[in-house]
Design a protein around this ligand. Sequence first.
Ligand code: FE2
Ligand code: FE2
Length: 170
Amino acid sequence: MLEVINELREEHRAILCLIEKNDILAVIKYVEEIHHPKEEKLLFPKLAGHPLLNQGGPRCMYFRGLELDLQIYDGAKKVLKDFYQNKGPRPHAYGTFHWLKDNNPLNIPMEEHRLGHELSQAIQFLYTHPSSDLYKDFLVPLEQEYVRLLKLHIEKEDTCLFILAERILQ
Ligand SMILES: [Fe+2]
Ligand SMILES: [Fe+2]
């Protein structure tokens, strides 16, 4: 299991490199087709039913505080809401997972996967409609929110979830 977690950590570094190069479509392809499916298939199902999952890892409360006090994802949700109100296409639903039950702590990272997926669909749509008003108005804010979300999500997994996973799944 530790090899899988190491691989996922390396993939985080690869995603951050692609973000540095400002290649958002490559980021989306890597995250949506490789990285998140791998977490959802190889790591999260193993953690989902573990009795120690609720304890969290170091810095979990720091990130929880950010979410609750600063409502860090409100910006992304607001941009998406405006995008749909301006006739941007609605997203496809994210997958469902038999291992993900209500009140499981993994709903927190999975909510971020869902929100990232939604943002990525809007961004991909805009790249196929470069002369639209939507492109002009929404590409920059959507990309900014997507990158912000991914960076926080990666930092949270690296410093909370994966550390906990390394301890309880050895
Ligand atoms: Fe993730
Ligand atoms: Fe990740």
